[in-house]
Design a protein. Structure first.
Length: 459
């Protein structure tokens, strides 16, 4: 509440500066979502206008003023290129009282929640032909002249991804398999263009008739235009749907739409490579987001849980490479809990205590009158974190023992050695055994983190 009050005091003067007339604000509240930036809604009133606005702001503890200024410039250029985006009202580095870099944009009325967009009948018309429309929009973005923009980060995206992954010094055998495949099957590079960087279901706002706006431009950079198309097809953005382009349609539709505007049609082989790349990239981003919590820079249950989602794109990468299949596994929480042995403590057990806390969060907390949507969202995330902890308590020790037995059979003392062998090819003569071990480890991790994810269809 303290930060809300501080913004309520400072924003009227900021808006007065942008609109050049006295402005008041009301109905200021923070919205859920926005893992890397804060999102606030407000109503602004001036003598000549009244408008609902959205404030996107860097967390004051982790400001990125250069990235925010770049996003503002790209939003303006995208609007001129005919890309549907919210109108930019103002932006700054926070020194005007907002506290950190920010964008002020018009508020648009539409839907961004993927599961609603993919499942509810009211969005059926909007879904029709959307995959092709997204291809056309991406081609328009890629057609924006780089020389009209501030300097953008660029370079070899695969090399950069490898450096980011290796920087954690955490062995991830499934990602190592995928990174090796990417290095050995790289397609010819295309000329660099502007990339949105996070063009996907969840960052697209739809009205009942179709696409309203492309949101969240904070990851803009330059690179191979295929990176944006592959990212849109990453399985995580299908949210359980069976069609590959964000759950909305097929790859052929996407590529046909792209060709209509770009004048050239990417190949499906290129798209597949960049889809695998995007899948590995999402795994690395999940770990990076978790690090913001683990470092203490930005404590957040949402960021913490993202660290346990790394195994989802690990599984998806193996799926995309044809190295595993969807499967159903029993949720350890649905199995009878064995009675404790040798514990001096009374019932309820640790697992039972965590279950009671999760029930409290998803019951009383989320159902409380007047509960802020953001707090309700984080209560759901916290309950998910408790479920992960319970599953690990129930099956983690057995999983660890089984994995140690598998890697010892490969003459690897630990996962670091297994990853090194995957990278240098020293176990290629036993590749089937390596893949069996990698698959088993990925299944074990998902059995704890999100067992239902394993059964989601591939496309």
């Amino acid at each position: 509440m303290q930060e809300q009050e501080r913004l309520a005091r400072r924003l009227p003067a900021v808006l007065t500066g942008w609109w050049h007339e006295p402005t008041e604000i009301s109905e200021l509240h923070r919205l859920s979502g926005g893992a890397s930036r804060e999102i606030w809604s407000l109503l602004a009133r001036a003598p000549s206008r009244e408008q609902r606005l959205v404030l996107r702001r860097d967390p004051p503890a982790a400001p990125r003023p250069r990235a925010m200024a770049l996003e503002a410039a790209v939003l303006s250029a995208a609007a001129l290129a005919g890309v549907p985006v919210p109108a930019l009202v103002g932006h700054g580095d926070g020194s005007d009282g907002v506290g950190s870099g920010y964008l002020l944009m018009e508020h648009l009325t539409g839907e961004t929640i993927p599961r609603r967009l993919l499942r509810e009948p009211r969005w059926a018309t909007a879904r029709t032909g959307l995959a092709a429309e997204l291809g056309r929009v991406l081609a328009a973005i890629h057609g924006i002249a780089l020389e009209e923009l501030p300097e953008l980060d660029g370079g070899d995206l695969l090399d950069q991804l490898r450096v980011r992954h290796d920087g954690f010094d955490e062995p991830r055998p499934a990602l190592e398999v995928a990174l090796r495949w990417l290095a050995e099957n790289r397609p010819p590079a295309r000329a660099e263009t502007l990339l949105h960087g996070d063009f996907r279901n969840g960052n697209l706002m739809l009205g009942t008739d179709g696409l309203l706006a492309v949101l969240d431009w904070e990851l803009v950079h330059r690179g191979d235009p295929m990176a944006d198309l592959g990212w849109l097809c990453v399985k995580s953005w299908r949210f359980g749907a069976s069609t590959p382009v964000g759950g909305f349609g097929g790859r052929e539709e996407l590529l046909d739409g792209y060709a209509q505007v770009a004048g050239w049609r990417p190949s499906e082989d290129e798209l597949h490579w960049w889809e695998v790349f995007g899948t590995v990239r999402w795994a690395v981003i999940c770990r990076e987001q978790a690090q913001r919590h683990l470092s203490g820079v930005e404590p957040s249950v949402e960021l913490a849980v993202l660290g346990r989602r790394v195994c989802e794109p690990e599984h998806d990468a193996l799926l995309a490479l044809g190295l595993t299949e969807p499967l159903e596994v029993p949720d350890p929480l649905l199995q009878p809990e064995a009675p404790g042995s040798g514990s001096p403590h009374d019932r309820p057990s640790v697992s039972e205590l965590l279950a009671a806390l999760a029930d409290f969060l998803t019951g009383e907390v989320m159902a409380a009158d007047g509960m802020d949507d953001r707090v309700r969202f984080h209560a759901r995330v916290a309950a998910n974190a408790l479920a992960i902890a319970r599953r690990e308590l129930l099956v983690g020790a057995d999983q660890h023992a089984e994995h140690q037995e598998r890697i010892r059979a490969l003459s690897c003392p630990d996962d670091h050695a297994l990853v090194a062998a995957i990278r240098d090819g020293s176990l290629d003569t036993r590749w089937d055994e390596v893949l069996d071990t990698v698959r088993a480890l990925t299944v074990a991790k998902l059995t704890v983190a999100n067992p239902r994810y394993l059964a989601q269809p591939s496309a």
